[in-house]
Design a protein around this ligand. Structure first.
Ligand SMILES: NC(=O)c1ccc[n+]([C@@H]2O[C@H](COP(=O)([O-])OP(=O)(O)OC[C@H]3O[C@@H](n4cnc5c(N)ncnc54)[C@H](OP(=O)(O)O)[C@@H]3O)[C@@H](O)[C@H]2O)c1
Length: 221
């Protein structure tokens, strides 16, 4: 197993912190990024309380990215473009994994937004052309990630991207979450389907009062 230095931008939110917890538990070195160093350090302390021997720290976003091999974007879509543009220099050349779901909510529930750049992941790629963008971890629920339990081995992490080596990193990082490799779902533009798929899961969750996930059948073992 390769051990990665992972920076999680939005690491103070439930999704970023949940993913960070899983990666820290699996032996990766994690830095939680935030607009506030104090908030980031508090979130890191919550993970350390659960995994005392983990390598977890907190820093402002730009500093978190600086020392990382892999950067995970776990921020709301609202404000995403400005944040990515502001970090463009630090993100250049890095593997950048986006789990950002551009969703709207109204009386009928959740729905996928029309994204001018096609998807959040493609927008980030357009803003930082040298970054090696991957879309992944869109469908794993923050609540489930944070729960003190085993792997989410009834779910698959779907991974898309145009850079095969960068995609392989996300496929490997999925092991910390599901106990197995992520599923290669194709090119980066597939993020246009993966991101709004979360609206389907939210709709199912509401109807059945559950926390649904995504699992792919028919894969070779
Ligand atoms: N929640 C889930 O179950 C789930 C599941 C799959 C995917 N996702 C996706 O993961 C992303 C994060 O979800 P979340 O629920 O963790 O979101 P969140 O709590 O709303 O936001 C995460 C963090 O992003 C930072 N942030 C908020 N607005 C920002 C802005 N305008 N500019 C820069 N940073 C900002 C905040 O950190 P600081 O204030 O500390 O900087 C915040 O703690 C979203 O795109 C979501 O669609 C979520």
């Amino acid at each position: 197993m390769t051990t990665y230095d992972v920076a999680v931008i939005g690491g103070t939110g439930p999704q970023g912190k949940g993913l960070a917890y899983r990666w820290a538990r699996h032996g990766h070195r994690v830095v939680l990024g935030s607009r506030s160093a104090e908030r980031a350090q508090q979130a890191a302390a919550e993970i350390t309380a659960r995994v005392p021997d983990a390598s977890v720290s907190g820093a402002v976003n730009a500093d978190a990215v600086a020392g990382a091999d892999v950067v995970v974007l776990a921020v709301p879509y609202d404000g995403h473009d400005d944040l990515v543009a502001a970090l463009a220099e630090q993100l250049a050349g890095k593997v950048v994994i986006s789990c950002v779901n551009p969703l709207g909510f109204d009386k009928q529930g959740a729905y996928g937004l029309d994204v001018p750049g096609g998807s959040a992941a493609e927008t980030a790629a357009a803003l930082v052309p040298s970054a090696r963008l991957v879309g992944a971890f869109h469908h794993v629920s923050a609540v489930t990630l944070w729960r003190e339990e085993g792997y989410l081995d009834h779910e698959d992490v779907l991974v898309c991207g145009d850079d095969a080596d960068a995609k392989a990193v996300a496929i490997e990082l999925a092991r910390a979450v599901t106990s197995r490799d992520g599923v290669d779902a194709g090119r980066l533009r597939i993020a246009r389907q993966l991101e709004p798929w979360t609206a389907v899961l939210i709709s199912i969750n509401k109807r059945y009062k559950t926390r649904s996930g995504t699992a792919i059948s028919g894969l070779p073992h």
